[in-house]
Design a protein around this ligand. Structure first.
Ligand code: SF4
Ligand code: SF4
Length: 369
């Protein structure tokens, strides 16, 4: 039986620190021993301020670091941002300042090691720091995700794939959301964090996980030594059937979902806004291309907000974004709907939009099913 600890919290450090200490002690206290190398993996997607609710809050990271140091272990904070400098991201969101004076190593993932994550992927490159850590503390953010509905504890481990390799894996999974979910679950199982503490104090709803999402105060911290249990509890809290989340569907199919108990009071969050998530398509290639072009939710640009900064077409795994004289253009036949571009746009210029064809198809399916 997995336990999910739920506590009301704010970012007021004097209040936050004892909550995180208690969660870590209860869930992983016996694993964090003197001298061990403890890797703390927050969500450091891309440059953002803490009030944008895109990244794990600096005070949550600070409390985890202080706990590790108090146990006599060695603390390292690392991630592999989708784009941009890790150091600048830490500085901009206030993590550098929050960790000042603490004996902690803050470096981006760089070197990799081949790890067998099982069929059909086989050996894939995972950050060396992750593989060599004695204990991993996962610090995800509660955010929506245009492709995977939500990005919580399981998906946060995708950051252990270094740099643009992430885009290559998106491309390999293509438009098949479930194929990508199976990859995420396999990576999570290979990395196997000892404990996850989810920052749901200021969450992100709407068109997450980047700056297009809307911060929403929920005021909870949730911790578990089982990421699937934690993600299920979040779904319950915001009123989403867990099975709607591709990673939890994969976990269910593979008998990975535990029964779980809640320690604390799970709030009921009403009207939590989800993104227009894309739906998987199948069938012959010409039919897939037709559906992809005309019915799938697609990324679109608010051109006046676009600064032609190049980040979206640099990260696009399908090379589906082209720079024109004063705007960008999408090739929706090529686009695999990974929404990495929306995630990464520093100016909130991109969002997903359901096509008229998609809306009509969805209504027809609803009517006749
Ligand atoms: S859409 Fe965003 S990421 Fe792409 S060029 Fe414009 S500002 Fe940059
Ligand atoms: S255009 Fe955006 S959603 Fe489409 S493949 Fe490129 S990064 Fe992914």
């Amino acid at each position: 039986m997995a336990t999910v600890i739920v506590r009301n919290a704010t970012y007021e450090y004097d209040q936050l620190k004892p909550i995180i200490f208690q969660m870590l002690e209860a869930l992983a206290g016996d694993k964090i021993q003197p001298g061990l190398r403890v890797l703390i993996k927050p969500n450091m997607l891309s440059a953002a301020h803490s009030e944008d609710a895109v990244l794990t809050h600096p005070q949550v990271i600070r409390a985890a670091v202080e706990y590790v140091l108090q146990k006599g272990a060695r603390a390292q904070v690392s991630d592999s941002p989708a784009i941009g400098s890790f150091e600048k991201i830490l500085q901009q969101n206030g993590t550098t300042e929050a960790l000042q004076g603490l004996d902690v190593t803050c470096v981006p993932f760089k070197d990799v090691l081949d790890v067998d994550i099982g069929k059909p992927y086989g050996r894939i490159e995972i950050a060396r720091d992750v593989v060599e850590a004695d204990v991993i503390i996962n610090l995800p953010k509660l955010k929506t995700h245009s492709q995977m509905l939500l990005t919580l504890a399981v998906k946060n481990m995708f950051g252990c794939i270094v740099g643009l390799k992430k885009s290559q894996w998106h491309l390999r999974a293509g438009v098949d959301t479930m194929a990508f979910a199976r990859l995420l679950v396999a990576i999570h199982q290979a990395v196997s964090p000892a404990v996850s503490i989810l920052d749901g104090i200021l969450a992100l709803e709407g068109e997450g996980p980047g700056k297009r999402g809307r911060p929403r105060k929920i005021g909870v911290l949730m911790g578990s030594d089982n990421s699937f249990a934690l993600d299920m509890a979040v779904c319950r809290m915001i009123g989403v059937p867990p099975i709607n989340m591709p990673m939890l569907k994969v976990a269910q199919d593979n008998q990975l979902l535990p029964s779980c108990e809640i320690d604390g009071t799970l709030p009921h969050v009403l009207n939590f806004q989800l993104p227009d998530a894309g739906n998987p398509i199948s069938g012959p290639v010409f039919f897939q291309n037709f559906l992809r072009r005309h019915t799938m939710v697609r990324p679109v640009c608010d051109q006046p907000l676009c600064k032609l900064c190049s980040k979206c077409w640099t990260i696009c795994p399908a090379q589906a974004i082209k720079e024109r004289t004063d705007k960008i253009e999408f090739d929706y036949g090529k686009c695999i709907r990974c929404y990495c571009c929306i995630e990464i746009c520093p100016h909130g210029a991109l969002h997903s939009l359901e096509t008229l064809g998609g809306r009509l198809t969805r209504k027809l399916i609803a009517k006749f099913s």
